[in-house]
Write a protein that binds this ligand. Structure first.
Ligand SMILES: Nc1ncnc2c1ncn2[C@@H]1O[C@H](COP(=O)(O)OP(=O)(O)OP(=O)(O)O)[C@@H](O)[C@H]1O
Ligand SMILES: [Mg+2]
Length: 384
């Protein structure tokens, strides 16, 4: 089976709980999910099931609903969608993105979009930049309306607020989307009350939290299992030497963690575009040369680490004195991953201690080698 979780077959399901989805009057919309559980491809999980049922209800309620077109004028009434959207929060690897993906596929709505929250904000900033060239007036609201045009259902994965610019923007964007009757489903690692926690000028952000709590139903996906971690625990994470075996192992790692080919993910940061060559559900993949031969600095690596749960890094070469800049960047990349607890799966020409033995910074590189060793240990992979 090559569906959403083909790899899960290997997870031993002891005494699976009897599983049958019951909806009195209708076929479940997320029947693909229920089917995978019934056939043992997905581990039965009561917390997931509860969320799947809510998503199912929402998908059913959205049948035939189309968010109205923009109406101008003073006394326009806010459209009332047939059901509230959902804000699904919970710890990593619980299956939020997986369920949301299945929901998007199943939702009987033509005008739907599923985006990573980061990509959504990035597109918004780009459109805002263009709009401001035309007029200063209400540019945010205008762009938010443009986003709402032809949109009935917006699914945003991994909602998080990291900087003050976004913290100040999101309230106005979402108010506009809701005023247009757009239904939003979001996933996040945090409860709304904990978004932008301890952020600068947080009080200005609080109305957004209130909007989320009143416009969306907030539900926790609080399962016991981190399924991504289970998968990582089974995988070898450092493949050396380079060659067809290492490449095949890296491909298998990608497949078992994502089940999709993925696509490039662009982070725009201080006016520059950083591209993670392949990305899907928090898992990124690219080659050493793509990350460490380009002139990237500590802040760039922090941005990259910020959107990743796992990095699959191909083809780390043996580094020499002539490659000391690449070695320096590699050190910075590993520091950023390590500090943000991004799991690393790598293929390399040599074991960590022999990657960079001679050249400027080779002494300091020993710490990186030690981190690379530590990042292979089950304890590090498992720790929070
Ligand atoms: N019930 C399950 N049985 C087996 N595997 C599962 C199950 N649920 C999810 N998975 C797998 O676990 C991995 C993590 O799931 P997913 O990406 O949806 O987690 P998440 O809650 O979105 O995590 P994060 O908060 O880190 O984004 C995926 O590869 C997914 O296919
Ligand atoms: Mg996710």
């Amino acid at each position: 089976m090559t569906g959403v979780c083909g790899h899960v077959k290997q997870i031993a399901v002891n005494n699976p709980i009897p599983y049958r989805y019951e909806t009195p009057n209708q076929e479940p919309r997320l029947r693909h999910y229920h089917h995978l559980v019934e056939t043992g491809e997905l581990h039965p999980d009561a917390a997931q099931r509860a969320v799947a049922e809510r998503l199912d209800d929402l998908a059913g309620a959205l049948e035939g609903y189309v968010a109205p077109e923009r109406r101008r004028g003073l006394f326009k009434r806010k459209p009332q969608p047939p059901a509230k959207g959902l804000y699904i929060w919970g710890d990593v690897g619980r299956g939020k993105s997986m369920l949301m993906d299945m929901f998007v596929t199943a939702a009987p709505v033509a005008a739907k979009r599923r985006m990573h929250f980061h990509a959504f904000m990035r597109d918004f900033h780009a459109a805002l930049h263009e709009q401001r060239k035309k007029t200063e007036k209400d540019a945010v609201i205008e762009v938010a309306h443009a986003f709402a045009d032809d949109l009935t259902l917006l699914c945003l994965d991994e909602l998080q607020i990291l900087d003050i610019t976004d913290a100040m923007l999101v309230g106005r964007i979402f108010d506009t989307l809701f005023s247009r009757g757009v239904v939003v489903v979001a996933t996040s690692n945090r409860h709304p009350d904990d978004l932008y926690k301890d952020g600068l000028n947080r009080h200005l952000f609080v109305p957004f939290i209130e909007t989320i709590k009143s416009e969306l139903e907030v539900i926790e996906l609080g399962g016991e299992d981190d399924y991504r971690l289970r998968e990582l625990e089974r995988l070898e994470v450092y493949h050396s030497p380079l060659g067809p075996d290492a490449t095949a192992a890296m491909d298998r790692a990608w497949d078992s963690l994502t089940d999709t080919p993925g696509e490039p993910f662009t982070i725009t940061h201080t006016g520059r575009d950083l591209v993670i060559p392949r990305f899907a559900n928090g898992v990124g993949r690219g080659a050493f040369k793509e990350f460490c031969e380009a002139p990237l600095g500590p802040n760039d690596y922090l941005q990259i680490a910020g959107v990743l749960k796992v990095l699959i890094l191909d083809d780390i070469p043996r580094l020499s004195r002539a490659k000391n800049n690449e070695a320096k960047r590699f050190v910075t990349l590993i520091d950023a991953l390590y500090d943000n607890h991004v799991r690393l799966i790598a293929s390399a020409a040599e074991p960590p201690a022999q990657l960079y033995e001679d050249g400027p910074g080779a002494f300091e590189f020993r710490r990186t080698a030690s981190r690379l060793e530590e990042m292979q240990t089950a304890d590090w992979v498992k720790s929070e």
